[in-house]
Design a binder for this molecule. Sequence first.
Ligand code: ATP
Ligand code: BTN
Length: 246
Amino acid sequence: DSFVIDWRAHCTSTNSALIEATPADDGFIHVLIADRQSAGRGRRGRQWLSWDDGSLTFSALWRFAPGAPVPAGLSLVAGLALARALEELGAQGVQLKWPNDVLIHGDKLAGILVELLPGRGRTPAAVIGIGINLQLPADAQVPEQRGVTDLAHALDSAPPTRATVLAAVLAELRSLLDTYAAAGFVALRDAWQQRNAFADLPVCISGEAETLQGICRGVDEDGALLLETAVGMRRVLVGDVSLRAG
Ligand code: ATP
Ligand code: BTN
């Protein structure tokens, strides 16, 4: 009921195109979806690969209330919305890798890229970009990625259409963003932690300046990762950091 959807044949990156378009502040969540993305992006300028019908690539622009806290937990909220939508479609064992990946049996099924738009005198906004593998080609090669999977594998059948998956994700996103706006990440924390792929496991967090090792003890009320290290509990903020099994 509350979306404006622009479905294009082609985009370089739906995140870039939506940021460029800066849709009106009209109370709707503006969504841009592309049949084909030629320059899909991950974090730190990394590539996101997609295969036309075999992938769902879209971005949603969400405006948060003026004066709202910096939405650090947004990529976790989006991840939870994705996980719940995939579960509704029948996928089992969906897990979340902090801060922005969706895994099944340790393999990456979907990724999220949240980018903040400066307010420029208007309400600040976030672009939430989502890429989901529906059905990878048999010879798909994803650089740097340890394990990749798709929804067809998770369901052991032909995947639902992109429109079906999009509708399921948008419905969850709408509902979880409403909860997040009203009550903050803390209201979604338990649901996120139930799906934490690395709960109580040793992990390595590498950022620009340092690498931390410890046991993943979930996330705090803001979505920061709690890492139990040899020198005590550390909070790791959502940012340009990577988590690996350690
Ligand atoms: P990290 O694991 O370091 O936190 P990330 O998994 O969050 O990184 P990004 O930093 O956002 O990933 O970069 C995108 C990465 O996703 C690419 O480097 C590539 O390895 C992987 N990737 C690209 N396309 C796909 C795809 N269709 N399915 C799964 N993984 C992909
Ligand atoms: C990640 O690697 O984990 C994040 C990948 C995000 C990919 C999606 S596809 C739709 C949107 N447009 C982009 O250029 N990136 C995001």
